[in-house]
Design a protein around this ligand. Structure first.
Ligand code: UDP
Length: 234
């Protein structure tokens, strides 16, 4: 697959055109940011690990009937993906309280949520990704009513699939962020699924195996990412 022009560079990934107008190469970097890029650093080999973990997660979801942008793995840091128009929403699902949920609602980290929480942020760095609700999304025409229903249903299904998969690996899915895109008139899952975008705790010990180790300088960041990779690909 010919690697063409760079069309987008984000905080953790780069997208390149290919000779097929419907396909892009998604390249995973080692760069890490937190708190809307107020904190910057690198995590050694994160790009390699996140490419492998995302590949595994997309393949798992596809096998359970979830349409994703994943086409195939190309190299250690690259996957071939469908070229989507990203819906400018960060779709977050939470099983236990952590991060901004604790700050916003004054609850203790790790509190079991009586039902999984679905929340949306408007994907806009300049505005600091503000939380928005259904009516904001429809009023601002970020997605149609039908698209929003699809996104909610897919997110609920994905939560169940990943939670069950992780549970067998003695990992707990605390929360995660998804991004969706439009491809040939359909909503499909895009972006990545990795310890950058999920909170993952070890069952029993509660050991954090995700980007919180970088966010809060907990140490052993690389080891945590490698630990998730080794369990997920076992
Ligand atoms: N998340 C993400 N990208 C973002 C914001 C959040 O991948 O720009 C993920 C984050 O890793 C966590 C979940 O979404 O798994 C919920 O994040 P939260 O809102 O608690 O964010 P915080 O401000 O605490 O990072």
């Amino acid at each position: 697959m010919h690697k063409g022009n760079k069309i987008y560079e984000g905080k953790a990934k780069i997208l390149y055109e290919t000779d097929n107008k419907d396909l892009l190469i998604q390249y995973f970097k080692d760069d890490a940011t937190a708190f809307n890029a107020a904190k910057k650093g690198t995590i050694h080999d994160k790009g390699v690990v996140n490419n492998k973990i995302s590949t595994k997660m997309f393949a798992l979801l596809e096998s359970k009937g979830i349409p994703t942008h994943f086409v195939e793995n190309l190299s250690e840091r690259e996957m071939l993906v469908k070229r989507v128009a990203i819906v400018p929403l960060e779709v977050i699902t939470r099983n236990k309280a952590a991060g901004s949920f604790c700050r916003n609602y004054g609850v203790q980290e790790g509190r079991v949520l009586a039902v999984p929480v679905q929340e949306f942020s408007y994907k806009c760095d300049a505005l600091n990704d503000p939380l928005i609700n259904d009516s904001h999304i429809l009023a601002l025409e970020l997605a149609t009513k039908e698209e929003l229903e699809t996104i909610k249903n897919m997110s609920t299904k994905i939560n169940g699939i990943i939670r069950d998969f992780f549970a067998k690996l003695n990992l707990e899915l605390i929360d995660f962020k998804l991004e969706f895109g439009r491809y040939k008139g359909k909503i499909i899952l895009a972006d990545e699924i990795s310890p950058d975008t999920c909170r993952i705790w070890e069952v029993g010990t509660g050991r954090k195996l995700d980007k919180d180790r970088f966010r809060h300088d907990l140490g052993n960041v690389e080891e945590a990412y490698q630990e998730v990779l080794s369990r997920v690909t076992k």
